[in-house]
Write a protein that binds this ligand. Structure first.
Ligand SMILES: Nc1ncnc2c1ncn2[C@@H]1O[C@H](COP(=O)(O)OP(=O)(O)OP(=O)(O)O)[C@@H](O)[C@H]1O
Ligand SMILES: [Mg+2]
Length: 349
């Protein structure tokens, strides 16, 4: 696999404060690389080194095979950086802002105006071509900043917390935009400390804490290596108590948990119950036959399952044969939040 950017034993100090501690990273070409860590972990420091804005104390870094300290100009042609803050640009219109950076990157004059229109369209700001930058909303400024990072058509986009401060709709739009950029062949490195924000859009992740790498690799591989068993999600329209009774007795099932049902006002109407094999009470039989409410409303059971796929399909058949009305039977993947908690547990003092 080809890597568009790499670091080896990258170390950086601010006075005596160690910000990066022998960080070794590999960013595969064409990936969406989630760079995850809490405040002060060293994300921005790493990104500033990769974009040649900061010289590391020791260790090495390459972008497109070029060492960042040896040929910063060469690296800057390949990489586009979106910092986590938007500078002050008084009296500058959107197109002027992009034109300014286009000139700085040496984009020829006859190409610039078309390119600026295309980039503004790409980030959905075509209608703001002649608006002043300072009059744009935060989300619009983020998108303008993203357009700016692409003015010299770099292969690698390094985006420092691009979703921070955006409302839910703007976040979804950003995600869609990143998908589009990936389809255009860009590699994207994106940082966040809100892990779930990256869950759906990343192909690879690296988790850092106090300047040290805790885990990195393909999102699926990391999840697989951390999961010793599957979580099955079974959504049931009718017969949830019957289903629970069957599942509890199954040898490949470690735990059965009922997800709280939510009413139309958004209130949880029951608390999650965790039931293990050894905790079956005599009153359960009574519950199974008398609990008409839960027998007729849709409920979700989460099952910790250690068996294989054939066993799972037999389990489904068993539920259906017993008259349980199943509307969904699927594998639930842990999100990045879970991975982060598992990886950091015990590793961070
Ligand atoms: N200019 C600076 N001067 C002194 N210390 C700094 C400077 N920039 C960062 N640091 C320190 O280096 C460490 C890493 O900071 P960095 O900004 O890289 O973290 P981060 O992961 O980007 O955090 P955040 O999520 O808050 O943006 C922190 O301990 C921080 O206090
Ligand atoms: Mg930062």
């Amino acid at each position: 696999m080809a890597f568009i950017a790499e670091t080896r034993d990258l170390t950086h100090m601010y006075d005596s404060n160690v910000a990066l501690d022998h960080l070794t990273l590999q960013i595969p070409e064409g990936s969406v690389f989630g760079f995850i860590g809490p405040n002060g972990a060293g994300k921005t420091t790493t990104m500033r080194i990769l974009t040649t804005l900061l010289t590391p104390a020791s260790g090495r870094a390459w972008v497109g095979g070029i060492p960042v300290t040896k040929d910063p100009q060469g690296v800057r042609q390949i990489v586009g950086f979106m910092p986590d803050f938007f500078g002050v640009y008084d009296n500058m219109k959107s197109w002027e802002y992009l034109d300014f950076f286009g000139r700085a990157y040496g984009v020829p004059a006859d190409r610039r105006s078309t390119l600026i229109k295309e980039l503004l369209e790409l980030v959905d700001l075509g209608h703001k071509h002649d608006d002043y930058v300072m009059g744009l909303s935060r989300g619009m400024k983020q998108r303008l900043s993203l357009a700016r990072t692409m003015i010299h058509d770099p292969s690698l986009l390094i985006l420092d917390e691009p979703a921070s401060g955006l409302d839910p709709r703007a976040r979804i739009e950003l995600r869609e935009l990143l998908k589009e950029l990936r389809a255009m062949g860009k590699t994207i490195m994106i940082s966040s400390h809100i892990l779930t924000e990256l869950a759906e859009m990343c192909t690879h992740i690296a988790i850092i804490e106090r300047g040290r790498l805790l885990a990195s690799g393909d999102v699926k591989d990391i999840m697989r290596s951390l999961q010793s068993h599957l979580t099955l999600e079974i959504r049931i329209l009718e017969g949830v108590d019957r289903a629970e009774h069957i599942l509890r007795g199954h040898p490949d099932i470690l735990k059965v948990q009922r997800e709280p049902a939510v009413d139309y006002a958004g209130n949880e109407d029951n608390t999650p119950e965790s039931i293990d094999d050894n905790a079956i009470h005599e009153t359960d039989t009574e519950t199974i036959t008398n609990d008409h409410t839960s027998e007729t409303s849709t409920q979700t059971l989460l099952i910790d399952y250690t068996g294989d796929e054939r066993g799972a399909s037999e389990l489904l058949a068993q539920l259906i044969t017993a008259g349980v009305v199943v509307v969904r039977f699927s594998e639930r993947h842990s999100d990045l939040e879970d991975i982060f908690m598992q990886v950091t547990q015990g590793l961070v003092q």
